[in-house]
Design a protein around this ligand. Structure first.
Ligand code: GTP
Ligand code: MG
Length: 296
């Protein structure tokens, strides 16, 4: 039974690519649910992360970084995901990097309906040298939009997250929780597994592979002590396949073994993981195949 003044609501996390939205979601929820990398467009899906405290349930919605530079079907789909999320949440967190507000940030700001309380989150505070510059920077932004609050944080260092939660809570409606307090996400384990493998591909292959690789789980066999997972990484051409596999299969081995270690942590059991690489050219270019691979 929850308290009579218990609050519950949806909190969208939006911003241009690479500002640290997913790192922030994971830090707020206290579990790695959304993959992160030092590369734009790491996040491809809307992902809910749930934090339940004594007084409130925050349902955070991580979204893909909004950008209009690349214009294929995958990007159109990602941007549509961001716009869709903005219409049915109680609070929006616009994440930016401090002292930096460019055309891409501006585009995201303009998508946010005036009717939703908007909190400006200045992430990566740890990277800022002249903190005295923050005030005039924020004052200037506040001239074009009124923010419910402005909160500087460091997601990766876990700084000032309590202040952020306190600000968010004020804008959540009094309501019963939507999720069981034990639940951290609404995404199935199969999805989280595919994402963890994709993270390793992103991180270990760096810029040699275009951002269009994707992972599908072919089979997930649940056992009492061992989970057997069979996955395929889709790439665009043979050259990318060779890069991903690496000399003597070294790179793929490392991707699979790092993914397996994360999966064992996530599932709390032993994991047998097999990862194959397949060429499927142009998968990110047509709306039909983007949908077929699970992008809504
Ligand atoms: N120094 C510093 N780095 C951070 C902080 N938060 C995130 N990062 C780094 O910023 C990079 C991008 O983080 P992500 O969380 O993947 O960013 P994102 O906004 O979700 O990116 P997309 O999903 O691609 O839009 C990663 O290398 C993070 O480690 C922070 O508070 N301080
Ligand atoms: Mg992300």
């Amino acid at each position: 039974m929850s308290k009579p003044d218990f609050r519950t609501g949806l909190v969208a996390i939006v911003g241009r690519p690479n500002v640290g939205k997913s790192t922030l979601l994971n830090a707020l929820v206290g579990q790695k649910l959304s993959i992160t990398a030092d590369k734009p467009q790491t996040t491809r899906h809307r992902i809910n992360g749930v934090l339940t405290t004594e007084q409130a349930q925050y349902v955070f919605v991580d979204t893909p970084g909004y950008q209009t530079r690349h214009k294929n079907a995958l990007n159109r789909t990602l941007n549509r995901t961001v716009r869709g999320v903005l219409n049915d949440v109680n609070v929006v967190l616009l994440v930016i990097e401090p002292l930096r507000f460019g055309a891409e940030d501006q585009q995201v700001l303009e998508l946010i309906p005036e009717s939703v309380p908007l909190i400006l989150v200045l992430n990566k505070l740890d990277t800022v040298k002249g903190r005295d510059k923050l005030l005039p920077f924020v004052a200037q932004l506040a001239q074009q939009r009124s923010f419910a609050a402005v909160v500087p944080v460091s997601a990766s260092k876990g700084k000032h997250l309590q202040e952020l939660l306190a600000e968010i809570k004020q804008h959540l409606p009094v309501a019963e929780p939507m999720f069981d307090p034990e639940d951290l996400t609404d995404r199935p384990v199969r999805f989280l597994a595919a994402e963890l493998i994709r993270e390793k591909v992103f991180r270990l292959v760096g810029d040699e592979l275009p951002y269009t690789s994707t992972v599908i789980i072919d089979k997930f066999e649940e056992g009492e002590t061992l989970q057997r997972i069979f996955a395929t990484v889709l790439v665009e051409n043979d050259n990318q396949k060779a890069i991903l596999i690496g000399a003597q299969g070294e790179r793929m081995k490392r991707i699979a073994s790092e993914a397996r270690a994360d999966l064992e942590k996530l599932l709390g059991s032993k994991v047998y993981l097999e990862v194959w690489v397949k060429v499927k050219s142009g998968w990110a270019d047509t709306e039909a195949s983007v949908r077929a691979y699970g992008y809504e």
